[in-house]
Design a protein around this ligand. Structure first.
Ligand SMILES: [Zn+2]
Length: 268
């Protein structure tokens, strides 16, 4: 009799505990669903990183999630991986995503009409650049491409040359390591107006025009002022990236970087 009572008590306890665990799991699952609804780019594998990063940097949960997705909880160049979608307009190349040494983009064409001999770009970007360059001329302004596609070996020479004059930390703030340059995609351009040095492009009326209009042609200012911690580069008023009109419009309207766009809508 005594044994039977013990077994019954044991059984009832077991049922109650199971029910509590079940309810808790259900609650946890609901919480997870809510998180995915609010932040569709939430990645469960980074759960702890999000919490730590948010506390440490005193950011909104949304920004903390995005920054961790970008990789900003690690130093630049740490945990870098080879980028995917190599021939897609949405390709991302930055201090956490590189392209392989032998990668050459499809459809490179000469951009000689608006640059020195030898400058090439992906055709889709160049076509859009031509449209933009012709339109700005209607307002008596001028654009010139000073750099387009760069191969791995070219970037390597450039980077190593800078290292002769500056420390690596300083060089990293203004030049990409080989494989990590957006110019390697054939979708990035450095421009000036043919008169003022590119370093002072921001004082030109062409720059003001670009600020208002570049997105209409699918180009974004890739390294904006105040976003250095996200992009990893100092402000570069002369460097633009072709991403297509829809993405460029979204980035322009929401005043975000390509990194923030990419980890919200492309990689999640
Ligand atoms: Zn550039």
């Amino acid at each position: 009799m005594k044994n039977t009572i013990i077994i019954i008590i044991f059984f009832i306890s077991f049922l109650i505990i199971s029910l509590i665990i079940f309810k808790q799991n259900q609650k946890e699952m609901q919480k997870q669903e809510d998180i995915y609804t609010i932040y569709p780019f939430y990645k469960e594998k980074y759960q702890n990183d999000y919490i730590n990063y948010q506390k440490k940097n005193n950011l909104s949960m949304r920004q903390a999630i995005l920054n961790v997705n970008i990789g900003l909880n690690h130093p630049f160049y740490e945990n870098a991986k080879e980028t995917t979608y190599n021939n897609d307009l949405t390709i991302i190349v930055n201090k956490y995503n590189y392209v392989s040494k032998d990668f050459i983009p499809n459809n490179l064409v000469s951009a000689s009409e608006y640059s020195k001999k030898g400058v090439t770009l992906q055709e889709i970007a160049y076509k859009s650049f031509l449209e933009m360059a012709h339109d700005i001329e209607k307002d008596n302004m001028h654009l010139r491409i000073i750099s387009g596609y760069r191969s791995y070996s070219y970037q390597e020479k450039l980077y190593n040359n800078y290292l002769k004059y500056d420390s690596q930390d300083l060089v990293d703030s203004y030049s990409a390591r080989p494989g990590y340059s957006e110019h390697h995609t054939g979708l990035a351009i450095d421009i000036d107006n043919g008169i003022t040095d590119y370093n002072r492009f921001h004082i030109t009326q062409e720059f003001s025009w670009m600020k208002e209009n570049a997105y209409k042609y699918g180009f974004i200012l890739r390294y904006p002022l105040g976003k250095e911690k996200i992009t990893g580069y100092k402000y570069e008023p002369w460097h633009y990236r072709y991403v297509g009109k829809d993405i460029a419009q979204y980035i322009h309207d929401n005043d975000i970087t390509y990194e923030e766009y990419y980890y919200q809508f492309i990689d999640y």
